[in-house]
Design a protein around this ligand. Structure first.
Ligand code: NG1
Ligand code: ZN
Length: 537
């Protein structure tokens, strides 16, 4: 069938492109103030419908701006595999979002259809949203985009981002994929993985960022029963002004403090914090004046130990195990992981699409960003090997193989997932017999400092070597090298953000004072060489 241009134009005219808005597909899709988004989201609906027709499988859209403030919104695009939109389509997503008018949009659709020989026909796009008030209008915009090219929008309602990714993946594998199936699968896998270990006495305190994760964790708790007890904080979902406000994983990780609404006593328990769409997770515990933070790096280290223990018990030490990080990983975590036997450590650019792709190359790939976004990927060839072990080996071997299988089910194979991560961490603590203190003591973080620097045009900053080196503007890297060499264990890099109009600076050193000084020097170099506006944000 051919594209019904009349229908496309009739839809498109309701979502005019504002000339002053130039959307850009960033680190994780499009994101901006919600009022500027209807046109972009409508066009994403069109794109994902065509992607579904091209692949012959369901795709997905999540309306969310994650940890950003409530007035922002955004759109995350989901492949039939459950992963994020294929990078090969990102440039096209940009062009589509920036088409100046309806005719230009129709022309681009024709170009995409002919370039990929897409046959217009039945297709499904699954659409979910987080708890932002702007979701209603944007879900409608996505639905209109999907239907005006002849596909069906399947409204999945209020979900966490990873839940929708999981549902798309399972749907296309023709496996049970309802919201209920998600909770059931996670709870059952957790039970299998921890069978035989003592149920923890401690209640896990979870800061839910006043976001959709609060609802999801409540449902998960119902399935878990007495196996794991959660006490939820910041659960005011949909209450104006509350989402991510002084709480949530991003706040805790960046501010190094517990959520404002929680008392010191509450923060001194076994605490976890998730973000507004529940794809990031960090743990923390107040110890006197300081907050012990167990971030994505620490989670990766803990899960690497768990995987190694299970592999050893199953007699499967010859498998390839990789841990994938970004340049933001604390240098102490990289060192810790590098000294683990049979473990390869790799660094990729920021953004889970890069980490995920690298992790997939290992039999078992663990990936985490320092901010707590990540998962454990366990590939099919490995699972097949495992099944043979289960059948052939003795009782102990079989038990470990079953646990590895349970871990493969528990870890979200589509994308980083705070709920799945929470259960993986709890299982790991039980099976490795650790508490938050001994987990935290695996290694000591090097002091670090992050800054955001406002420049006239952040695209003048270009990087290489997984963002660890600045190749432009000229002289910047030389300046950074000189500054880093002047302090003990100094490391510093800068990169343009993919979600905000800033250049990010990361510095670490043996002392906090030196890390702060290094970050300040990098900001000074940026002002000087990249046209800083003087604003430090
Ligand atoms: P940008 O703004 O490109 O640094 C941030 C996070 C990413 C990722 C994305 C998507 C940092 C330093 N960067 O990207 O890790 O989570 O947002 O949400 O945390
Ligand atoms: Zn998020």
């Amino acid at each position: 069938m051919a594209l019904d241009v009349g229908k496309l134009l009739a839809g498109s005219v309701q979502y005019p492109k504002l000339p002053e808005v130039s959307p850009s597909y960033g680190t994780a899709g499009f994101r901006s103030t919600a009022v500027l988004l209807p046109c972009t989201v409508f066009r994403c609906g069109v794109l994902m419908a065509l992607r579904a027709m091209h692949t012959g499988a369901a795709t997905g859209i999540v309306i969310t701006a994650s940890h950003n403030p409530e007035q922002d919104n955004g759109v995350k695009l989901v492949e039939p595999s459950g992963h994020m939109l294929s990078p090969s389509w990102e440039a096209f997503a940009d062009r589509l979002a920036n088409a100046p008018d309806d005719d230009a949009l129709a022309e681009l659709c024709h170009e995409l259809i002919s370039q990929h020989s897409i046959s217009i026909g039945n297709a499904t796009v699954m659409v979910a949203h987080d708890s932002r008030p702007s979701a209603v209008a944007l879900v409608a915009a996505a639905g209109d985009g999907i239907s005006c090219v002849g596909a069906t929008a399947y409204a999945c309602g209020l979900l966490t981002t990873p839940q929708l990714h999981w549902m798309v993946m399972k749907c296309n594998r023709k496996l049970p994929h309802s919201k209920e199936d998600y909770f059931h699968t996670l709870a059952e896998a957790y039970e299998q993985l921890t069978a035989g270990a003592a149920t923890p006495d401690e209640v896990i305190i979870v800061d839910c960022a006043n976001g959709v994760g609060a609802n999801a964790l409540q449902q998960l708790q119902e399935k878990l029963g007495a196996k794991l007890r959660l006490k939820l904080f910041n659960t005011e979902v949909g209450v104006a002004g509350k989402l991510n406000a002084d709480c949530g994983a991003d706040f805790v990780q960046k501010e190094r403090t517990g959520p404002a609404s929680m008392t010191l006593a509450e923060c001194s328990g076994r605490c976890a914090s998730i973000d507004g769409d529940a794809d990031r997770l960090v743990f923390f515990s107040q110890e006197g004046d300081t907050l012990a933070l167990l971030d994505g790096d620490k989670i990766a280290a803990l899960l690497a130990l768990l995987v190694q223990q299970l592999l050893k018990a199953a007699g499967l030490e010859d498998v390839s195990l990789g841990v994938v990080q970004t340049a933001y990983a604390n240098g102490a975590s990289t060192q810790f992981l590098q000294q683990l036997p049979h473990c390869t450590v790799q660094c990729t650019p920021t953004g889970v699409k890069h980490l995920h792709a690298a992790a997939e190359k290992f039999d078992i790939g663990i990936y985490f960003e320092a901010n707590g976004h990540g998962t454990v990927l366990i590939g099919k060839p490995f699972l097949e090997k495992l099944q043979k072990t289960s059948q052939a080996g003795g009782e102990k071997l079989q038990e470990a193989a079953r646990q590895l299988e349970a871990l493969a089910t528990l870890s979200n194979q589509a994308v980083g997932d705070a709920l799945s991560g929470l259960l993986m961490v709890e299982a790991a603590l039980q099976l490795l017999q650790k508490d938050l203190q001994s987990w935290g003591a695996l290694y000591r973080d090097l002091p670090s400092r992050q800054r955001k620097v406002s420049v006239r045009d952040r695209s003048v900053v270009k990087t290489a070597d997984a963002e660890r080196k600045a190749v432009s503007p000229a002289g910047l890297q030389e300046g950074l090298d000189k500054a880093a060499a002047s302090v003990k264990s100094g490391r510093v890099f800068v990169r343009p953000s993919g979600t905000e109009d800033v250049v990010r600076v990361y510095a670490e050193a043996a002392t906090q004072e030196d890390a702060d000084g290094l970050a300040l020097e990098a900001a000074r170099l940026l002002h000087h060489l990249a046209g800083g506006t003087g604003a430090e944000v």
